[in-house]
Design a protein around this ligand. Structure first.
Ligand SMILES: [Zn+2]
Length: 437
């Protein structure tokens, strides 16, 4: 087993490998992991989907055939603008007890913690009940075509897994209270562009056929739509736990369905960006393009929307509404992939119970609650196949730490790394144990 200091040095070296996606170039990072695995005497295989785009798989053979358990992690990261950071995003500097770097939270730390727990299992000569697969993929941040999607074609038994563990939840510290979010589902990505054409012309002579004005009017209608707040079993269980005992106007938090009928509770949900996002479809205007010169009426204009649907909603219903709102003056183009129905994973499972027990055994007396990730992760591919797939990394993050994830000065505390190593070891030991049927 690696010492804590060795683990931190490994993670630092891993963070220094720039895997910004696009373009990705994850091959070096995959080779880095391959070297570690091989130096421990295990085998690992690289799967190169495109030049420079590699995935890595290593397996500890179990007692039974079939239905492996997968420890999944992506090795690409989102871009970082060096001028916005106070340290170099790929310098892996340690300052005041924090390790800084793009990928520190999303999700190179979890990859290393899962890897070391996996190697430790092999090292102790433990034969798990089922095969345990360590899978590191590329391309997650841009949709996963070269990553998980490619691997599901190349290694058929991945699609027949009994359980997948990856990112999406952790222990969250809010107002001094800690609870664990185990992500069992996620919002559906439903991005689109609206485009308008019009007649060019001189800004001094408006003529009523201005592409920008059409986009502004259509965008305004789309953004004014109040998508209803809806209860799902997962959010009902989650908020029921987090808001237990909370009072408004002397009344305790009722079941979510009831709370949604009460304006004061709705105001609380809408005022909290996480509660709001897990209770309704969201539509965010992220890019506007149109016009270049102040005195010229543009003939083309467009707006990009990042929409995220509740897992229970369909793309078809959603776009029917969007088309209605957008009106006849604009065209709508759906973008991105169209995975249709990643339904929630069940959470009355031995896997959920096992994670609960692991959290408790870390000496943490906290609620462990099912959660909806608001972003999209590679787990949707597995949920789409009906495989119980949870997002959980056993580290305690504050909301602020969490928000740095795709932002500037992403970092993880050394204390968190210690927690992550210990917690992943506990979870992997559980997954190898005879508690798994
Ligand atoms: Zn991620």
């Amino acid at each position: 087993m690696k010492t804590f200091d060795e683990a931190v040095e490994l993670l630092r070296a891993f963070l220094r490998i720039d895997t910004t996606n696009p373009p990705g170039n994850e091959e070096k990072a995959a080779q880095f992991l391959e070297d570690i695995i091989k130096s421990e005497g295990l085998t690992a295989e690289l799967y190169t989907a495109a030049p420079g785009r590699a995935n890595l798989l290593s397996r500890i053979k179990g007692k039974q055939d079939g239905k492996p358990i997968i420890l999944l992690g992506h090795i690409d990261v989102v871009p970082a603008r060096e001028d916005e950071w106070t340290v170099h995003p790929f310098g892996a500097e340690v300052r005041d007890g924090y390790l800084y770097g793009r990928g520190a939270v999303d999700m190179k730390s979890q990859v290393i913690c899962q890897l070391l727990a996996f190697l430790d299992l092999a090292h102790r000569g433990i034969t798990p009940g089922r095969d345990i697969i360590f899978l590191a993929t590329c391309d997650e941040e841009v949709g996963g075509a070269n990553g998980v999607e490619y691997m599901l074609h190349k290694v058929p038994d991945l699609g027949d897994a009994s359980f997948v563990l990856s990112e999406g939840g952790c222990l969250i510290e809010e107002n001094g209270l800690v609870h664990a979010q185990v992500s069992v589902t996620e919002k559906k990505l439903s991005q689109f562009i609206i485009r308008a054409k019009g007649r060019g012309g001189h800004g001094s002579m408006p003529h009523g056929d201005n592409a920008n004005e059409k986009i502004v009017a259509a965008s305004q209608r789309i953004l004014s739509q109040a998508w209803p707040l809806k209860s799902m079993p997962v959010t009902s269980a989650y908020l029921g736990g987090v808001l237990k005992g909370r009072k408004i106007g002397g009344a305790k938090f009722p079941p979510l369905k009831e709370a949604l009928k009460v304006k004061k509770w709705r105001d609380l949900f809408e005022g909290n960006e996480i509660y709001n996002a897990i209770l309704r479809n969201t539509v965010t205007l992220t890019v506007l393009k149109g016009g270049e010169k102040v005195n010229v009426i543009p003939s083309e204009s467009s707006a990009y929307f990042d929409a995220r649907l509740l897992p229970s909603e369909t793309h078809e219903q959603f776009f029917k509404k969007i088309r209605q709102l957008a009106g006849k003056d604009v065209e709508i183009e759906r973008i991105g992939e169209k995975i249709s129905t990643p339904g929630p994973s069940r959470y009355n499972t031995i896997y959920f119970q096992g994670i609960k027990d692991c959290v408790a055994s870390l000496g943490k007396d906290v609620l462990v609650l099912p959660f909806v990730t608001t972003g999209a992760t590679d787990l949707r591919y597995f949920r789409d196949l009906g495989i119980p797939s949870y997002g959980f990394f056993p580290v305690t993050l504050t909301k602020e730490e969490h928000m740095r994830m795709h932002g500037k000065d992403e970092r993880i505390s050394l204390e968190n790394i210690r927690e992550g190593l210990e917690g992943c070891k506990g979870i992997v030991d559980f997954l190898a144990s005879d508690r798994i049927p």
